[in-house]
Design a protein around this ligand. Structure first.
Ligand SMILES: NC(=O)c1ccc[n+]([C@@H]2O[C@H](COP(=O)([O-])OP(=O)(O)OC[C@H]3O[C@@H](n4cnc5c(N)ncnc54)[C@H](O)[C@@H]3O)[C@@H](O)[C@H]2O)c1
Length: 267
C-alpha cells in the first residue's frame, strides 16, 4: 500500500508543487483547502484520485471536523504537511483587524492539527508533521508584523515540540521548513506586490516544491529552501545594517532605497 501525505493549502503554489513531487515518489496525496472550486479541479491537475477536504483553517470547529473525517475515511497520513498560509502586508496600525485572522491560519491551525496528529501518530507509533514557516519566522521586516509574529510562532513551536518528543522517545518526526521568496499568489496580491526590480531573485514554485519534498524524504528536520532565503538568513547574521537592508527590501522601489542611500516614503 502506498504511503499517504496530506497537504493543507494544496491548491496554492507550493502546495501543488509538493503534491506533484510526492506523487512522483509514489505517495497517495490527500488535499485540504478553503477553495472548494480549486479542489474540484485538483485530480485533473495532478492525474491521481485525490481525497479532498474543504476546510477553513481559521475555524477550530472546522479543523476538528476535518481531523475526524480524515480518520473516519481511512486516509490519516504518514506525513501531515501544514502548508496553508496568508500574508497581510501593511503598517501595523492598519493590521489590527486582520491580525487575528493571520495568526489563526498561519499559527493556530498548526497548533490544533499538530495536537490531533501527535495523538493519532502515538497510537500508530510513527508519523511525521511538517510545518511550513518562512525566513520571516527568523528575520523581522517592517510592515510584516502579523506575518512575522505568526511565522516566529511556528518556528518556536515546531522546535520546542521536536525536542519534547525526542526527550520522551516518541517516534514522531517534526520538521520545520523555512523558505525564502517564491513566486506564488501570496506575494502577488493587490495590497502587496514583490518589488519589480527584485523579481529576478524569486524562486520558482516547482523548484522550491521539489527542494522541500527531497528534504523531507531525506529525513532532514530543518529545511531552508530557496537561494534567496539562504542568502537573507546568512546576511541577517552579519549585523544590524544588513538587517536594516533586509527590512528595506520589501518596501524599496529601487536599489538606492534598498541600501538606504535614498529615503523610502513611509506607507
Ligand atoms: N511564496 C512565498 O514567498 C513563501 C515564502 C515563505 C513561506 N511561504 C509559506 O508557504 C505556504 C504556502 O504559500 P504559497 O506561497 O503556496 O501561497 P499561495 O497563496 O499560493 O497558497 C496558499 C494556499 O492556502 C490556502 N488557504 C488560505 N487561507 C486558507 C484557510 N483559511 N483555510 C484553508 N486554506 C487556506 C489558499 O487557498 C491557497 O491554496 C504558506 O504558509 C506561506 O506562508 C511562502
Amino acid at each position: 500500500m502506498s504511503k499517504k501525505v496530506l497537504i493543507t493549502g494544496i491548491c496554492g503554489g507550493l502546495g501543488m508543487e509538493m503534491a506533484k513531487g510526492f506523487i512522483k515518489k509514489g505517495y497517495q496525496v490527500i488535499g485540504v483547502d478553503i477553495d472548494d472550486l480549486a479542489l474540484e479541479g485538483l485530480e485533473d491537475k495532478l492525474g491521481q484520485e485525490i481525497p479532498t477536504f474543504v476546510c477553513d483553517l481559521r475555524n477550530r470547529g472546522q479543523i476538528e471536523q476535518l481531523c475526524m473525517e480524515v480518520v473516519h475515511k481511512g486516509v490519516f497520513p504518514d506525513i501531515w504537511i501544514n502548508n496553508a498560509g496568508v500574508a497581510t502586508i501593511a503598517p501595523f496600525m492598519e493590521q489590527i483587524d486582520s491580525f487575528s485572522d493571520v495568526m489563526d491560519i498561519n499559527f493556530n491551525s498548526i497548533l490544533y492539527t499538530t495536537h490531533f496528529c501527535v495523538g493519532e501518530m502515538m497510537k500508530r507509533n510513527q508519523g511525521m508533521i511538517v510545518n511550513i514557516a518562512s525566513v520571516a519566522g527568523h528575520a523581522p521586516c517592517p510592515y510584516f508584523t502579523s506575518y512575522n509574529a505568526s511565522k516566529f510562532a511556528v518556528v518556536g513551536f515546531t522546535r520546542s515540540l521536536r525536542h519534547e518528543l525526542k526527550l520522551k522517545k516518541i517516534p514522531i518526526d517534526v520538521v520545520l521548513v523555512s523558505p525564502g521568496f517564491v513566486d506564488t499568489n501570496i506575494i502577488n496580491q493587490k495590497s502587496f506586490e514583490f518589488p519589480d526590480f527584485m523579481k529576478f531573485m524569486l524562486s520558482k514554485p516547482e523548484v522550491t516544491g521539489k527542494e522541500i519534498v527531497d528534504g523531507i524524504l531525506k529525513g532532514k528536520n530543518e529545511i531552508f529552501p530557496t537561494l534567496n532565503g539562504k542568502l537573507l538568513l546568512g546576511l541577517g547574521k552579519v549585523g544590524a545594517p544588513v538587517q536594516d537592508m533586509m527590512g528595506h527590501l520589501m518596501n524599496a522601489k529601487n536599489w538606492k532605497q534598498m541600501f538606504g542611500i535614498e529615503k523610502i516614503d513611509p506607507k
